[in-house]
Each structure stands twice: as C-alpha cells, then as structure tokens.
Design a protein around this ligand. Structure first.
Ligand SMILES: Nc1ncnc2c1ncn2[C@@H]1O[C@H](COP(=O)(O)OP(=O)(O)OP(=O)(O)O)[C@@H](O)[C@H]1O
Ligand SMILES: [Mg+2]
Length: 245
C-alpha cells in the first residue's frame, strides 16, 4: 500500500505523521519504506542526521523520478538506505529542480514511471512525505498513492490545504481512471478539537487523531522514536491499524 502524506498548508504535522506512522507500522511487523519527497529534507535529517551531503545527493529520490536510479539498496547503486529506523529514501535541496529537469528532458512518462517503480516494490507500506506546494514531486506522489492522508488542524485555513489536495486527487482519477482515497487526519489537536473536525462534512476523517503533545514535538526535534506505551505512540498505533490494517 502506498500512502502519501500531503497538505498544501505548511506546518500541519505531515513530516511528524510520516515518521511516527512508519514507526507504528514497523512495530506491528509491517515491512515499511519511507520516502522523503520534500526538498527541505526534514525527514532526511530525522532518518540520516549524520550522512554526508554527497552520500545523500547520490541517493536522492530525485534520481528515481528522473529514472536514473532504481529503488534498490544504496550498496547496489540504488536510492534505498537501510537506516537504524528502517528503509529510507532521502531528499536534498536539489530535488527542488526535478520538475524543470523532467520538463527539459521532455520525459512525459515520468509520473507514471514513478508510480510503476513504487508499485513493483515488495513492502507492506510505502510512505511519502511531500512538500507543501504543488510541485512536480507532489503530483508524482499523488499519482503513485493508494491513500492520501491530509493532516488537518483546528485552524480554519487547513480546510483549504485539504480541499486543494482533494482537487488534485480528483485530477488523478480523471486522467488515469484510478486514484487514491483521501482521508483527513486530525493533527496537533485537543480531544475536543478532534471531535469537532471529525464531525465536519467537508471530508472523511480517520477515527484516530494525533493530539498536540509536547512528547511528540520533543521526540521529533531530537530525531528519536516515540516511547512505546505512551498516549502518543498509542494514537499512531491506532492510526496504523485503521489505514493499513
Ligand atoms: N502532534 C504534535 N504535537 C506537538 N507538536 C507537533 C505535533 N506534530 C508536529 N509537531 C511540531 O510542529 C512542527 C511542524 O510539524 P511538521 O514539521 O511535522 O509539519 P509539516 O506539515 O511537515 O511542515 P512543512 O510544511 O514545513 O513540511 C514541528 O516543530 C513538529 O515537531
Ligand atoms: Mg514537512
């Protein structure tokens, strides 16, 4: 199953959700691949804080989009790093130019090529964390997905971030006849806010919600896994069960 975690709003918890949903899935015994598809590289810092720029550049997901490197282990010349936290594909700032490079190469099949390359992989779940703007790699990640998770907060502007993604998902359905489901995930909320967000008829929301929780922020900024048996870890485990089963 391929999951893209997306919103056209920044700072809604996409990267954090990707990191800890992946952890929860791995703790359930799932084989998981996480892909950083955001040129800001926040998730790359979380997974590979000490890797050199040169090594990261060589395994950049950009090369998979450009069809110059396969989704194979780095020691076989591919993009997948076996990290302490699990299999991971990094991004660097140079990913920001991938749309232009694909345009210049007139590679009109790159989006579908990326989709097919991911679908050939043998993982239970592949998670993509994307940038908060409608860039080429966002489109490619929506085309590849079975399910798009959109973190939504209690701020009114996150509704826009959701609706913009929903419109892009509809375009995928319109152009290739299939496409991902889309679910809102209440993120950085209180229990009351989560209840209110679930009730809105703008979206279909997950039952699981991720609370605003200092333990999550502290673990994310320290690049640590969440401690098992905490409220936060249980919420991600519930979400993992709900979306991947
Ligand atoms: N559930 C949470 N509780 C408390 N803090 C959180 C939670 N989720 C995320 N944060 C914090 O909020 C900030 C933004 O989170 P994150 O980087 O995951 O958002 P993002 O949507 O990926 O942002 P961007 O659009 O910049 O990529 C970070 O400092 C993170 O640690
Ligand atoms: Mg992010």
């Amino acid at each position: 199953m391929i999951l893209t975690i997306a919103s056209l709003k920044g700072g809604v918890g996409k990267t954090t959700l990707t990191a800890y949903l992946a952890q929860a899935l791995r703790e359930k015994g799932k084989r998981v691949l996480v892909i950083d598809a955001d040129h800001n590289g926040s998730l790359t810092f979380f997974y590979l804080p000490t890797a050199s720029e040169g090594d990261l550049e060589a395994a950049n997901v950009k090369h998979a989009l450009l069809r110059k490197r396969a989704f194979a282990p780095v020691d076989q010349g591919g993009c997948i790093w076996p990290t302490e936290k699990g299999d991971f594909v990094p991004a660097t700032i140079s990913l920001a130019s991938v749309g232009l490079e694909i345009f210049q190469a007139a590679d009109h099949g790159a989006v579908l090529g990326f989709r097919q390359a991911l679908r050939r992989l043998d993982y239970d779940a592949i998670l993509l964390d994307v940038h908060n703007a409608l860039v080429y790699e966002m489109t490619a990640s929506l085309y590849a997905a079975d399910l798009v998770l959109v973190p939504v907060t209690a701020m009114p502007w996150t509704v826009r971030g959701y609706l913009d993604i929903e419109r892009e998902v509809q375009k995928v359905h319109d152009s290739i006849g299939v496409g991902p489901r889309i679910l809102a995930v209440p993120s950085m909320v209180s229990d009351i806010e989560a209840g209110a967000l679930r009730e809105l008829d703008i979206w279909q929301s997950t039952k699981a919600a991720i609370r605003r929780d200092k333990a999550i922020r502290d673990a994310a900024s320290a690049g640590r896994a969440l401690r098992e048996d905490t409220i936060a870890a249980r919420a991600f485990a519930e979400l993992a069960g709900e979306v991947v089963g």
